[in-house]
Ligand binder design. Structure first.
Ligand SMILES: *[C@@H]1O[C@H](CO)[C@@H](O)[C@H](O)[C@H]1NC(C)=O
Ligand SMILES: *[C@@H]1O[C@H](CO)[C@@H](O)[C@H](O)[C@H]1NC(C)=O
Ligand SMILES: *[C@@H]1O[C@H](CO)[C@@H](O)[C@H](O)[C@H]1NC(C)=O
Ligand SMILES: *[C@@H]1O[C@H](CO)[C@@H](O)[C@H](O)[C@H]1NC(C)=O
Ligand SMILES: *[C@@H]1O[C@H](CO)[C@@H](O)[C@H](O)[C@H]1NC(C)=O
Length: 418
């Protein structure tokens, strides 16, 4: 039913006379699941007449459908937090789709790169998010390299991090027990083969809710047009973490890029060529977003939840419950089970490389034993406003830094008053 009226709408759109491209769009859409109508406006943004015609029909939002954005920064615990959403059977979860946009822009010719400003990249990010929330996975084809053939790709970034992309209908049922209860990452690429994006769109439509994780959008204000879009009911989970922990985690994960920091960490002396700009902007962006969110502007009201990774790590089940209440979904037992398996080293049998964290509490604090005091002191002065705003205490001596009985996380409630 719903499918056919969308097709009718599409035919009406097509007959309006945007000839060649329109017919192409129509043909493309008809060979795909019934999300064709979105193509009317999103594929033809330059034709305002066309756009206006199609827009009205989309003012009817399916209010039961949730559009969730896990808005985070690199090494802030977003893989772990994303799993809390990925485990839900009604959520179609996508792990960092904006990677492909960034790659496509970064690898463009230098002439294009010079003219490409921040606004254009953010616009492309938002376009992709909107299309994914409306289950048009085909839109990704504009960015995936090498270009998918017949809607098939083997290059979908971190495909195995999306449970939906490793299960039926996208991937055949596991009949020979190959999965053995192991995490998707260990068997998905081998067993599921290349990804059929048409099937992925169908899977997305059948799940009902879409959750996307990204670390590539700098500030929550960059998402404003999406929160105001009548086609979406966006819920933003802003994940923050102690910047001292973020830096430590980046140093461990990307040791090549952080060679100067490693030298600093070992010698206790700051090399002149160390780059402070990345962590400084991480702090600035994190604080700016939190300030915006907590100020509760009209465009964010009811759509913003600030979550400190440390609170989640210390109390995963309660915090996960809070997240699920915020997005308006039931927290399933599957999610509880995943938490139980992945947050306490004593009960964890999943000692594998892809484990997001085996003992979340220990992981959240481990930076305090791994970061030289001199770096800590510098970071505290660079990020002092951010630390204060988010409730992270500064340390004033090595003894204080290494004493894990002394907590650096102040008790805070960020839920803005209603
Ligand atoms: C972009 O270029 C880098 C370096 O040449 C390469 O490693 C990467 O695979 C390219 N990405 C895409 C999406 O083509
Ligand atoms: C991808 O899935 C669609 C929908 O089931 C199907 O029609 C199409 O043939 C598949 N593509 C390939 C290349 O298998
Ligand atoms: C910093 O140095 C200490 C030893 O001096 C080491 O244990 C720790 O892992 C280093 N931290 C990082 C982030 O590399
Ligand atoms: C952060 O440091 C600056 C410069 O030292 C200072 O002016 C400011 O008051 C500090 N802010 C907080 C919240 O401590
Ligand atoms: C560590 O911190 C706790 C709590 O603040 C304090 O009681 C204890 O004396 C500290 N230990 C050392 C060795 O400083």
């Amino acid at each position: 039913m719903e499918c056919s009226w969308k097709t009718v709408l599409l035919l009406v759109c097509a007959s309006l006379g945007v000839q060649y491209t329109a017919i192409r769009t129509l043909r493309d859409s008809l060979s795909r699941p019934c999300n064709g109508a979105y193509h009317c406006q999103i594929r033809q943004p330059r034709d305002s007449r066309w756009r206006a015609m199609c827009d009205d029909s989309w003012l009817q939002v399916d209010s039961s459908q949730k559009h969730i954005l896990l808005f985070a920064t690199t090494r802030s615990g977003s893989s772990f937090t994303g799993q809390l959403l990925n485990q839900h059977s009604g959520i179609f979860y996508v792990f960092e789709p904006l990677y492909h946009v960034q790659q496509a822009f970064t690898n463009s010719s230098s002439r294009l790169r010079r003219t490409l400003d921040r606004r254009a990249l953010l616009g492309a990010y938002r376009d992709l998010l909107l299309n994914l929330y409306t289950c048009d996975l085909g839109f990704m084809e504009n960015y995936i390299r090498p270009e998918p053939q017949e809607h098939i790709t083997g290059s979908f970034f971190r495909r195995s991090s999306s449970h939906a992309l490793c299960s039926p209908p996208v991937c055949p049922e596991d009949n020979d027990g190959m999965d053995g209860g192991l995490p998707d990452e260990t068997w998905c690429p081998k067993r599921c083969g290349a990804l059929n994006l048409t099937l992925a769109s169908l899977s997305c439509l059948s799940k009902g809710h879409v959750a996307i994780k990204t670390v590539r959008v700098p500030e929550v204000a960059d998402l404003r047009t999406l929160t105001e879009d009548p086609r979406l009911d966006l819920k933003i989970i802003h994940l923050v973490r102690d910047p001292r922990a973020i830096l430590t985690s980046r140093m461990m994960a990307f040791s090549d890029q952080f060679r100067a920091w490693k030298i600093w960490n070992t010698t206790g002396r700051q090399p002149r060529y160390v780059d402070l700009s990345q962590i400084t902007s991480t702090c600035k962006d994190m604080a700016a977003s939190a300030e915006t969110g907590l100020r509760r502007p009209v465009w964010l009201r009811g759509r913003y939840l600030l979550v400190r990774y440390e609170d989640l790590a210390f109390n995963p089940e309660d915090k996960a419950g809070e997240i699920y209440r915020f997005v308006g979904l039931e927290m399933e037992d599957r999610v509880r089970l995943w938490i139980a398996h992945n947050t306490n080293s004593n009960t964890s049998e999943w000692n594998y490389r892809y484990s997001t964290t085996r003992d979340s509490r220990a992981t959240a604090e481990s930076w305090r034993l791994r970061l030289g005091f001199d770096i800590v002191r510098t970071l505290q002065s660079l990020c002092n406003e951010t630390l204060a705003l988010l409730g992270y205490k500064q340390v004033h001596s090595v003894a204080e830094l290494r004493n894990l009985s002394y907590s650096l996380v102040e008790t805070r409630t960020f839920q803005p008053p209603l």
